[in-house]
Design a binder for this molecule. Structure first.
Ligand code: KIV
Length: 289
């Protein structure tokens, strides 16, 4: 997308999500955790940017998303906000920022909107979290649901296991999605759910489904930016497509820089600042006297 057409682009709203589902237009979402990548994603024309709690793993190097706090995510949201002017901005509520009470959930969700500059929030959980989704949504904050693998509670559910492998668990997921829809969410992330179940959910609920590792029949897709870019060296999920190998590109560039410095090949003439000749002569003669 050219800079000009980006200027003419309309701001994406939560209402556009349901329009896109109705019109059969697939929704594109990606995570971002900083100003430069949010400018890039927004310029490309993604529909939505998620400031995911995956930030804790791919940027801060935690083993899971569990340690991430609201205080850690708010400055990240602010940076992403400064870079993006068109995409719908969604803040991911970290573990224990919404589970303790509805009041606590509304207060923390409000911080993502008022302090972080986000336009919506995401919470993990199905039926058991529908009351919270309803409370936050009733407070005027758009909520994106998230079912299937829910990384914040993955240990409770036996780790990162594909969800919906049999009819009963598939039906459970459909009920989770319906409860969230009833609670007023504007969309639902489906993470690592079998393609068949994700398809049934997408056909059953009126709000758009955004898949991650949940096959081809979701109404949209989301990926972690570092997986798209090949920038998270520890692990690449089977469902993620790596579109470039930025880790190798960065490695090569930093290694070349190190070698240039060691060999005296950087900085070069065009990287230095010069005095006027007269001032230089004066400085040199001062040193002699
Ligand atoms: O934190 C995150 O990046 C997410 C996506 C995987 C949906 O929740």
């Amino acid at each position: 997308m050219s800079e000009n057409s980006n200027k003419e682009r309309k701001k994406v709203t939560v209402a556009d999500f349901s329009k896109m589902k109705a019109q059969g237009r697939r929704i594109v979402m990606v995570t971002s955790y900083d100003y430069p990548t949010s400018i890039i994603a927004d310029d490309v024309g993604v529909d939505s940017i998620l400031v995911g709690d995956s930030y804790g793993m791919v940027v801060l190097g935690y083993d899971t998303t569990i340690p991430v706090t609201v205080e850690e995510l708010l400055p990240v949201c602010q940076a992403v906000r400064r870079g993006a002017s068109h995409s719908l901005l969604i803040g991911d509520m970290p573990f224990l920022s919404f589970q303790i009470s509805e009041e606590d959930a509304i207060r923390n969700a409000g911080r993502f909107i008022k302090e972080g500059g986000m336009e919506a929030i995401k919470i993990e959980g199905g039926r058991e979290m529908a009351h919270t989704a309803r409370a936050v949504s009733n407070a005027g904050i758009p909520v994106l649901g998230h079912i299937g693998v829910t990384p914040q509670t993955a240990t409770l559910h036996g780790g990162y296991r594909i969800q919906g492998k049999n009819a009963d668990s598939g039906e459970d997921l459909v009920q989770d999605a319906k409860s969230l829809e009833d609670a007023g969410v504007f969309g639902i992330v489906l993470e690592m759910i079998t393609e068949e179940v994700a398809r049934v959910i997408s056909q059953t609920v009126s709000v758009p489904t955004i898949g991650i590792g949940s096959g081809r029949y979701c109404d949209g897709q989301v990926l972690v930016l570092h997986d798209v870019l090949g920038l998270y060296p520890r692990f690449v999920p089977k469902f993620a497509k790596r579109y470039t190998d930025l880790a190798s590109t960065i490695k090569k560039a930093v290694a070349e820089y190190a070698s240039d410095v060691r060999q005296g090949m950087f900085p070069e003439e065009n990287h230095v600042f010069k005095m006027d000749d007269g001032e230089r002569d004066k400085l040199e003669s001062n040193q002699k006297s």
